[in-house]
Write a protein that binds this ligand. Structure first.
Ligand SMILES: [Zn+2]
Length: 690
């Protein structure tokens, strides 16, 4: 039975993915709708109204490259709208095949152009960087709109909001999911100048954070002592944080940690003297905030100064964030189904609603296990916790075998990339794939010697192969390189399965990066088994579970600060950098006081706002804790496989489900939607053993 038109209409009205046509096109859209209704009848009313509205929303009647006038729009609708039936099926199949070819081949071109820059193929030529920077896919979406292919997709297939995908997606067929992915590719038509503005702001932010160093020999303790060796130059925030972590294992580390933490606070509050940044000729005491010329013999580079200016950094950090925000906001009008940057990162990229992400992060932060773990850490340190202890790094297990022993083993076994490639079938069998499946997978993975550290490069069309890039030293693959290569192999196996074995190539891949990372970690954690050594020891796993809870809670709070800052900017689009600084410090302290102060026992720390990602990575930070949750959930699932099920079969079952919504993928994989519970459960079990 066909749904009555009234039902279709109410569904349509509830769908905020269908925008109202622009004024100039409204009469033409109404005429096109009427004409199509006369031709195809009431049964197609829902599809007609939605399709015409979707196409009209993106059609440009004026501007530098118009798509055509109102008459042309009407004619286009008449020619390209297809009722359900064989012609629509054929159109769907052609678009699916065309996008696979387009995406797959542009990816291959990109890979070929960058091979000299990325692979260990002899001396670099000046040309290599230029070829590497070319992106053959940069204008594909623009061209698909200009060539009107995008309008066929918008006219005939549904745009959806995340709410619709979540509310109704479980009942959709695979073909319906593929149609959703097909149309969603065109959910945004952002003009080139807006994209250029975003890229310019991002490039400025990158440059700002890439050149923000402290010369630590000149960052003094509260008593004015030099605690750090000459020449130590630390980039904010990554190197500062990593140095802070490393100091847990150092004699006298506490004073250095307090000094770094104080410097971080000064960066967040922008009370840091501008002269203390990037200058080895200026001594700075972050406690008193005094600056003075450094004695000549302490200076690493450059000339001694006569004086050091005490003026603080003039809120450059927050001016940079605001510039990024304004550039991102300029894209809002061109993204009707996700009309803010916040909505785009949650609804289009993560595909988990903001409220659910926040709730999951708060579950981790509010877990009684976190407070219990805080007590364990304070006990291990033998002192009350301080705010920088959110970066506690003492849960590293002692390994049974020395790194040198493992290096010798992997170097002998994998003297070259070819040797690693040749061993792939055997490696995959050790990871739980049948001999036939292991061979089949190995035939579809290309191994390359990389210049940098390892990475996995997907393929996007059948017939092409994912690439595993691995770093091989002169004397063969060391253990660290091997461990990374096994991680990358996890990506490659996911990539082969989710491309070759998925039923629709429009659904190739996994829902988002966190999922492929989780599958890669499953492999990486079993690297010793590949070497024929004993499986992971239980104590190492116990410590890892504690470390994961602590690290996830830390980055969850950081994510909440980032999110709070973005909401504040949307609420105050005209704010000055100084106002944004005040708001961000307040938000960071609020998040701290609510979640971390009860664990650490100290109030009002702004330290969570130190992450450089807040400056240049536009709301990426919440992805980290969500990634930890997804990894823990998959790990828990594969750890408890029923007898008779191998890891290989289970990987295949999970990976071939394709890029549906994350919750659906996870339900299919583990029986439960994405959740914080497995991670907290693992920590609770680990705590029982402390
Ligand atoms: Zn990875």
């Amino acid at each position: 039975m066909l749904a009555p038109a009234a039902v279709l209409l109410s569904v349509l009205a509830a769908s905020s993915a269908v925008p109202a046509p622009p004024k100039a096109l409204a009469p033409a859209a109404a005429r096109a709708t009427e004409a199509l209704l006369r031709r195809h009848g009431e049964a197609e009313r829902g599809r007609i109204e939605r399709g015409v509205a979707q196409a009209a929303a993106f059609w440009r009647v004026s501007g530098p490259q118009p798509d055509g006038d109102a008459k042309a729009f009407e004619a286009f609708c008449a020619e390209h709208f297809l009722p359900r039936g064989p012609a629509l099926d054929a159109t769907f199949a052609r678009l699916e095949a065309s996008f696979e070819a387009l995406d797959g081949h542009t990816l291959e071109i990109d890979r070929e152009l960058s091979r000299w820059a990325q692979l260990d193929l002899g001396p670099l030529q000046p040309l290599d960087g230029l070829l590497d920077a070319l992106d053959p896919s940069a204008h594909v979406t623009d061209d698909l709109f200009a060539g009107k292919v995008a309008f066929v997709a918008l006219l005939d297939f549904p745009l959806t909001t995340l709410d619709e995908r979540l509310a109704r997606g479980e009942g959709w067929s695979r073909r319906e999911w593929a149609e959703v992915r097909l149309a969603n590719r065109f959910a945004r038509r952002v003009p080139a100048e807006v994209n250029q503005g975003i890229a310019r702001a991002a490039a400025r932010a990158d440059a700002y954070i890439a050149d923000y160093n402290l010369f630590m020999h000149h960052v003094l303790s509260e008593q004015g002592e030099r605690l750090f060796p000459k020449g130590k130059r630390l980039l904010s925030h990554w190197n500062l944080r990593d140095e802070l972590k490393a100091q847990y294992a150092q004699e006298g580390g506490l004073a250095r940690q307090r000094t770094i933490a104080k410097a971080m606070e000064r960066i967040v509050t922008q009370t840091i003297p501008a002269s203390a940044v990037n200058d080895p000729a200026v001594d700075w005491n972050p406690f008193t905030n005094e600056v003075r010329p450094a004695p000549a013999e302490t200076i690493e580079e450059g000339k001694p100064r006569d004086r050091a200016a005490p003026a603080r950094e003039p809120d450059t950090r927050y001016a940079t964030i605001l510039a990024n925000f304004r550039a991102a906001r300029a894209a809002d009008p061109y993204s009707p189904s996700a009309p803010t940057h916040i909505a785009r990162t949650f609804d289009l990229q993560r595909e988990i609603p903001e409220a659910r992400v926040v709730a999951m992060l708060e579950e981790v932060l509010g877990a009684p296990e976190l407070r219990a773990l805080g007590k364990v850490i304070a006990g291990r340190l033998g002192r009350p916790l301080e705010p920088f202890d959110v970066w506690y790094a003492g849960f590293r297990p002692r390994t049974k075998r020395s790194e040198a022993e493992l290096d010798a083993l992997t170097r002998a076994r994998y003297p070259s990339a070819e040797a690693f490639a040749k061993a792939l079938p055997e490696t995959l069998e050790k990871l739980g794939f049948s001999p036939e499946r292991a061979r089949w997978l190995a035939e579809r993975i290309e191994v390359d010697p990389a210049r940098g550290s390892g990475h996995a490069l997907q393929a996007a069309r059948r017939g092409d192969r994912p690439h595993l890039r691995t770093r091989i030293g002169k004397d063969g693959m060391d253990y660290k390189g091997f461990n990374i290569a096994v991680h990358e192999l996890g990506h490659n196996v996911e990539q082969v399965l989710s491309l070759y074995e998925v039923d629709h190539t429009l659904l190739q891949g996994v829902p988002n990066v966190a999922f492929t990372e989780a599958l890669a970690f499953v492999f990486q954690a079993r690297d010793l088994e590949v070497l024929g050594l004993a499986a992971r020891d239980p104590e190492a796993r116990r410590l890892a579970a504690l470390d994961t809870l602590w690290a996830t809670a830390e980055i969850a709070a950081v994510g909440l600060v980032d999110l709070g800052m973005w909401h504040w900017m949307y609420d105050h689009p005209g704010a000055s950098p100084a106002e944004l600084r005040e708001a961000t410090v307040r938000i960071a302290k609020d998040v701290w006081n609510r979640w971390w102060a009860p664990v650490i026992g100290v109030k009002d720390s702004p330290i969570l706002a130190i992450y450089s990602h807040m400056v240049n990575n536009q709301l990426y930070l919440p992805d980290y804790p969500v990634g930890h949750l997804i990894a823990a959930q998959i790990e828990e699932h594969v750890d408890a496989l029923p007898a008779g099920k191998t890891l290989g079969e289970e990987m295949e079952r999970m990976a071939t489900f394709g890029a549906v919504a994350p919750d659906l993928w996870m339900k299919h994989a583990t029986g439960e939607a994405v959740s914080s519970r497995p991670l907290v459960r693992a920590a609770a079990r680990a705590l029982e053993g402390t």
